[in-house]
Unconditional design. Structure first.
Length: 445
RNA sequence: GGCCCUAUCGUCUAAUGGCUAGGACAUCGCCCUCUCACGGCGGUAAUCGGGGUUCGACUCCCCGUAGGGUCACCA
């Protein structure tokens, strides 16, 4: 039994794309599940488009997701090896140098290298799809290098995979049509054919291949928006694969345990932000309150302007509402802002629910509530507060008591329930706020 | 257009010849409830079409249809 070796070969010509992350993830899961090795190779042979910053982003992003590898290399470091094999093929008559007019600059003549195509049918087995057959004659003598020192992608990949001992090529479905040409190169080189698995593509809402035009396609955008790496991994793994049951909640290590290429889907899967949001919320809720706050701080350092104690008490409310950390951040200055900033209640809203004798009744309720809150022990939890207040509310009418109370505390038509608010704000601040509303009632007389 | 791949609720999917076709997200309704959110319960919703094979097809075969991918001196 030979060791499984997979590869993660991103080209650093753009940001860390979701598709790159998904392919990397499946290579990672398959290799780790089989106690194999993973080779990371930066496919940087396009000198004009490759950028170090992209490579850094991809590496950082992969690590952020928890994806690791055992070997690191850059394709550009292998040019002498490529040249040697190119020369070998030419000497053996399997490839030849061809003087042609440059396609990029028609005034120039260049010496490119073409593979002598035996022109036969190639059938390869795809783990996901079964046998796939191509007639390679239509490919002709295709170009494998711009020059002896400048191999093209197909040639470089085949050589590098061969040298790294790659046993399984797991990549996107868009690689299917590249496969016969790569096999032709392998055969010319006498390389062993690896196993292939072509993953279904991730599609956008319009069911086209996910591209820059499809919206946020960089994993880093999701990180910056406050998504958890665990959620991205969990969601990505289930796009085009599933272990066969109803379970949907998987950490990276759990995925390694159950992963298999056998149950990879064949059809493309479309990206669904709503589903991702719900997966993310599930993972956010698993965090401790402290971890939760750290994550909010990571996306917005100026959260420090909020009172730390109040912030900590607010986390449970955020957990039940926010699906991303940026949503949580928005809530702190939106629907939960009343916790941090004393409200400015309006007279008419305070009593708007009351029919007649409204003002007098509301005033009486609020005064009663103040004395009840005063009688509470310090740091009383919401359920104690509730049992203290509810009998009175039930007697006088819940809406007539609870609405002014909650509105006095929050100044908002929509807010968390009054008991929770009192718990978070504390006795003193709560009474203070109710008194403010009382004053508004009286002054409007 | 040539070649290749694919086809179960709106979306992600389960069911690999034998069930009222299951789950999740979304959606709708009810309950909880002063509001919001959470939560609980329930509903709507799918095997692309036509032929075979078979006692029996979501499942196997063929033909259509539709969608996608790929056709570089990019990777």
């Amino acid at each position: 039994m030979t060791t499984v070796i997979t590869r993660i070969p991103p080209s650093p010509t753009g940001r860390f794309h979701i598709g790159t992350a998904r392919t990397a993830l499946f290579n990672y899961l398959f290799a780790r599940h089989n106690n194999g090795r993973i080779v990371f190779r930066s496919e940087d042979t396009d000198k004009t488009r490759s950028k170090k910053e992209y490579e850094d982003e991809i590496i950082n992003g992969l690590h952020w997701l928890g994806i690791t590898w055992d070997e690191f290399s850059r394709q550009s470091e292998h040019t002498s090896r490529h040249r040697a094999l190119l020369e070998k093929l030419i000497n053996e008559g399997k490839a030849y140098i061809s003087k042609e007019q440059s396609k990029n600059d028609s005034s120039k003549t260049v010496e490119i290298v073409r593979l002598k195509n035996p022109g036969k049918e190639i059938t390869f087995n795809d783990i996901v799809r079964g046998d796939i057959t191509f007639d390679t004659t239509e490919l002709g003598d295709f170009v494998i290098a711009r020059s002896l020192d400048d191999a093209l992608y197909h040639f470089a990949v085949v050589v590098d995979d061969m040298d790294a001992g790659v046993t399984h090529v797991i990549r996107g479905e868009d690689g299917i049509s590249n496969t016969p040409r790569q096999i032709l190169i392998q055969e010319a080189l006498g390389a062993k054919r690896p196993a292939y698995a072509h993953l279904p593509l991730i599609l956008d809402e319009k069911r086209a291949k996910l591209s820059k035009r499809s919206g946020a396609t960089s994993v880093m955008d999701y990180r910056d928006e406050g998504f958890l790496p665990e959620a991205i991994v969990n969601y990505l793994a289930l796009l085009g694969w599933n272990p066969g049951g109803d379970r949907e909640d998987f950490s990276l290590t759990e995925l390694v345990d159950v992963f298999s290429l056998d149950n990879v889907q064949k059809g493309g899967a479309s990206w669904n932000r709503d589903k991702l949001l719900s997966v993310n919320q599930r993972w956010m809720r698993k965090l401790s309150d402290t971890e939760y706050l750290v994550n909010i701080k990571n996306i917005s350092p100026n959260i420090n302007s909020f009172d730390e104690t109040l912030l900590t008490k607010t986390v449970p409310l955020l957990k039940e509402r926010a699906r991303t950390f940026s949503e949580a951040l928005d809530m702190l200055s939106g629907e939960l802002a009343c916790i941090f900033t004393p409200p400015k209640p309006e007279h008419d809203i305070l009593i708007s629910k009351e029919p007649d004798n409204a003002r007098g009744a509301t005033q009486r309720h609020l005064e009663t509530l103040i004395s009840k809150i005063d009688s509470l022990p310090n740091e009383a939890p919401a359920d104690i507060i509730k049992t203290t207040i509810m009998p009175y509310a039930d007697k006088e009418g819940r809406g007539e008591v609870l609405w002014p109370l909650r509105y006095a505390l929050s100044g908002q038509k929509r807010s968390p329930d009054p008991f929770t608010l009192i718990e978070i704000l504390g006795k003193d601040e709560s009474v203070k706020r109710i008194n403010t509303s009382l004053a508004i009632l009286v002054n409007n007389e």
